[in-house]
Design a protein around this ligand. Structure first.
Ligand code: HEM
Length: 261
């Protein structure tokens, strides 16, 4: 066994992988929630579809996406290994690293919450991400007047087997800018018109809130970045940003579309 393999199969090594991947996923959530705020715009999904196109075609973001998929897998696999080992060797193993008296309750709790989130991510990516990349997607054409950009003519192109592609051009004769986009907004809208789908999202966001409440500060603690001076700041960000604001904004999206869109 090489020293690197040995390091990452030790208890501390596994916890380090968990914390690094977990904090990277937290960073992703900030970008994801900000981007998805486009769903609240009353523009028939133009900004949201443009944002989705940018996220899937801009090379640096594509590279970071692969790191993201790897992080999700590593985070879930190492969580499983740690949980199985804790169950075998409780109370010694985890308590040594975490140092908290209630660590076994916390780790069990994190496991259940993490499982709900993993199910959520599989359903979520299957419905949106997989559909966008490999599914039979609807397209929408947006014609924006060059003289008055608030004037937008929207045509939902039918799913009639015609091969369509993303395109963008200026029609000088008609004085409009034409953009044809894959309409992920329509897929999101259709999904969030089903009550059970909205319920799945809201329940998952409650799980996310509790998972991140413990996970965010625990990640910093494992990395040793929990100096007394910064701990109140880390705890504050963990509480307000990651366990209140971000889950609440994510939960509001399906609720907004279900009730008001
Ligand atoms: C209401 C809340 C949410 C909405 C409307 C939403 C919407 C979307 C959409 C439309 C995509 C596909 C984007 C694309 O391929 O361009 C996507 C991808 C993704 N979402 Fe969400 N999302 C939500 C919440 C979440 C949450 C809470 C998580 C994690 C816990 C999450 C994790 C992901 C991941 C990992 C991807 C793949 C990203 C990539 O390929 O780079 N999403 N989401």
């Amino acid at each position: 066994m090489s020293s690197l393999t040995r390091a990452f199969s030790s208890t501390l090594g596994r916890k380090l992988i968990m914390s690094m991947t977990g904090l990277f996923l937290c960073l992703f959530l900030i970008i994801h929630v900000v981007g998805n705020l486009q769903l609240f715009r009353a523009d028939a999904g133009k900004a949201f579809n443009e944002y989705s196109y940018f996220m899937t075609h801009f090379l640096p973001i594509k590279i970071v996406s692969y790191l993201l998929y790897l992080s999700i897998i590593l985070h879930a696999v190492y969580a499983l290994i740690i949980t199985v080992n804790n169950n075998k060797a409780r109370p010694v193993g985890y308590a040594k690293v975490d140092g908290a008296a209630n660590s076994s309750w916390n780790s069990r709790n994190m496991g259940v919450l993490g499982t709900i989130l993993l199910i959520f991510i599989v359903v979520h990516m299957g419905n949106f991400w997989f559909q966008y990349k490999f599914g039979d997607m609807p397209y929408t054409q947006y014609e924006t007047s060059l003289s008055d950009p608030t004037q937008v003519n929207i045509t939902q192109l039918p799913l009639d087997g015609t091969k369509r592609v993303h395109s963008e051009f200026v029609d000088v004769e008609r004085g409009v800018q034409v953009v044809v986009l894959k309409d992920l907004y329509r897929i999101v809208q259709l999904s969030f018109k089903q009550w059970w789908y909205v319920a799945l999202y809201v329940i998952s966001m409650i799980a996310l809130a509790f998972h991140l409440y413990h996970g965010f500060q625990s990640g910093f603690q494992t990395l040793g970045w929990d100096h007394r001076k910064y701990k109140p700041l880390i705890d504050g960000i963990g509480l307000w940003l990651f366990s209140i604001i971000i889950p609440a904004l994510f939960a509001l999206m399906p609720l907004y579309i279900y009730f008001f869109n």
